[in-house]
Ligand binder design. Structure first.
Ligand SMILES: NC(=O)c1ccc[n+]([C@@H]2O[C@H](COP(=O)([O-])OP(=O)(O)OC[C@H]3O[C@@H](n4cnc5c(N)ncnc54)[C@H](OP(=O)(O)O)[C@@H]3O)[C@@H](O)[C@H]2O)c1
Length: 260
């Protein structure tokens, strides 16, 4: 299948590791010139050949700094992947223990970063009849399964994607959402990350907890998703092969979500 992405330009957020890093690699393999954003510029991101930009996307200034830098570097933006998310503010607290500071922290990174980066990038995306992929989560469909603020932010992100697809579709911009289930990244594998916290709360040893995720989450395929598999879906959705796919939410979860 010819994706026809050669010589396109892309901005990928959350590019330092995990799904974002895999997406940078997949796009570069297709001949795309990529700007990759995160707070930390990791050796792995540098090795991809992407232009790294260090920004805190939980702030409004971070979004404009990123797109100003990307436009200066690339001359224009054809493709945007709003992937940065999760983050330090996601805690295992229940609703009554989730205060405004936590809500704001989660919403800033998991919803408003994509809103702000898209707003800054859209003039160029419209000019180039480009495409956006927003990375949400199956938590948007299974909100009871996760921290309330995170699930709400991801559901809102899917809604924003639908709105943008409708508003900018007539100008040639496609907008899609990708909603992963459990993916093998630092979110789960870092002992100090979300997965480590869930394991501790369950009184389980971290490695043992990771092993039993497919059974505990009801993953039909019996395994969690690899970052490269999410990157492949994102790359496909950004390509001309997906030219008539817009405003849709694409689940990649090994069959975790059982409902239609
Ligand atoms: N892994 C899963 O199971 C899973 C499931 C469903 C949805 N998702 C979603 O997939 C996306 C990627 O997650 P991942 O699993 O690849 O997570 P990850 O490995 O933790 O990577 C998160 C990325 O976002 C960046 N980031 C975090 N806070 C940031 C900030 N304030 N400003 C700029 N960049 C920031 C991180 O870099 P720095 O820390 O250096 O800034 C990193 O590059 C997220 O939106 C997440 O919600 C993941």
């Amino acid at each position: 299948m010819e994706l026809n992405l050669t010589s396109k330009t892309a901005v990928v957020t959350g590019a330092s590791r995990g799904i974002g890093l895999a997406t940078v690699r997949a796009l570069i393999d297709e001949g795309v010139r990529v700007v990759g954003a995160a707070r930390t510029i990791t050796p792995e991101l540098k090795e991809t050949g992407a232009v790294p930009i260090s920004v805190d996307l939980s702030t409004a200034a971070g979004a404009t700094t990123l797109i100003d830098g990307a436009l200066a570097e690339l001359g224009g933006i054809d493709l945007l992947v709003n992937n940065a998310g999760g983050g330090d503010a996601v805690e295992l607290t229940g609703f009554l223990d989730t205060d405004d500071a936590q809500w704001n922290g989660v919403l800033d990174l998991n919803l408003l970063a994509a809103v702000r980066v898209s707003r800054a990038a859209l003039p160029s995306l419209i000019e180039r009849r480009g495409a956006i992929v927003n990375v949400s989560s199956i938590n948007s469909r299974l909100p009871a399964a996760g921290p309330v603020a995170y699930s709400a932010a991801k559901a809102a992100l899917a809604a924003v994607g639908k709105s943008l697809a409708e508003e900018f579709g007539p100008q040639g911009v496609r907008v899609n959402t990708v909603s992963p289930g459990v993916v093998r990244t630092a979110i789960w594998e870092d002992p100090d990350g979300f997965g480590g916290k869930v394991a501790a709360a369950a009184g389980a040893e971290h490695a043992a907890f990771l092993q039993q995720i497919p059974a505990a989450f009801g993953i039909t395929t019996g395994r969690i998703t690899e970052p490269g598999e999410v990157a492949a879906l994102i790359t496909f959705l950004l390509s001309d092969v997906a030219g008539n796919i817009t405003g849709a939410d694409h689940v990649i979860d090994g069959g975790t979500v059982k409902t239609l």
